[in-house]
Design a protein around this ligand. Structure first.
Ligand SMILES: Cc1cc2nc3c(=O)[nH]c(=O)nc-3n(C[C@H](O)[C@H](O)[C@H](O)COP(=O)(O)O)c2cc1C
Length: 224
């Protein structure tokens, strides 16, 4: 009888120990999961902050990225810039479309340049006065900007604004555009622009080049 009582007592102690262990293991697991979640949250938040820090946001400067692009290279570059700048984006488009055939296109573009034409623009920009800084993009056509970009510069009052040019090209770099813009906008500040070869826009390194160029512009640095 005594033996039986001792065996039952041992059994109860063993059961109590097992239950205790299970409860302890569960508390430990829940606690660990909670801690891990908190760590992940902190990581996510710091990533977001990092991304925000890399984006140019000078709240006292309102930025417009305005670009013309026919075969897409300059558009792609404009979008990379947009990823790094807090501002609006606007595509300069003409009423008359250009031919798809490259030779025909070059001939028309040459004629437009020779005639100092001002192709009519399609989409009206209502609020140009709101912007202090225009990041102006275009492909190089015959050493300068497409004439539609001249229309844009003349149609909207860009005097007194900061103009930051960027272009895509096949060897001419910025061509004469830095000077051409200066000649048109004597009272604006024209910043040294960025030139990327059309077939290199898609290369991974271009994103870094754009970031470096933007962050090196003193216009985007906080005033001391
Ligand atoms: C009509 C025309 C004229 C061009 N003239 C030049 C030029 O003088 N110098 C140059 O480096 N590239 C020249 N190019 C090449 C373009 O600048 C280049 O392909 C550019 O990346 C095209 O940009 P998009 O895709 O945004 O239209 C010319 C292209 C065209 C269609």
């Amino acid at each position: 009888m005594k033996d039986k009582i001792i065996r039952i007592a041992i059994l109860i102690v063993i059961i109590a120990l097992v239950i205790g262990l299970i409860v302890f293991a569960n508390i430990y697991r829940v606690d660990r999961e909670k801690k891990q979640n908190e760590e992940t949250k902190v990581e996510e938040t710091s990533d977001e902050t990092e991304e925000k820090e890399n984006v140019i946001d000078i709240s006292n400067k309102k930025i417009l990225i305005a670009y013309f692009s026919l075969s897409g290279n300059t558009e792609m570059l404009a979008n990379i810039i947009k990823e790094n700048v807090i501002g609006d984006i606007y595509k300069i488009e003409t009423v008359n479309t250009y031919p798809e055939d490259y030779t025909e296109l070059t001939e028309i573009a040459k004629k437009e340049k020779e005639e100092n034409a001002r192709p009519k623009l399609k989409n009206k920009l209502e609020n140009i006065a709101d912007y202090d800084t225009i990041i102006l993009g275009y492909p190089i056509w015959w050493g300068t900007m497409p004439m539609s970009v001249y229309t844009f510069i003349e149609q909207y009052d860009l005097n007194g604004k900061t103009i930051i040019p960027f272009c895509t090209h096949e060897g001419s770099m910025l061509g004469s555009t830095q000077e051409d813009i200066k000649n048109k906008l004597a009272s604006s500040t024209i910043i040294e622009g960025l030139a990327i070869k059309g077939n290199e826009v898609q290369q991974e390194g271009t994103k870094d080049t754009v970031k470096k160029w933007l962050s090196g512009l003193k216009e985007f640095k906080e005033e001391e």
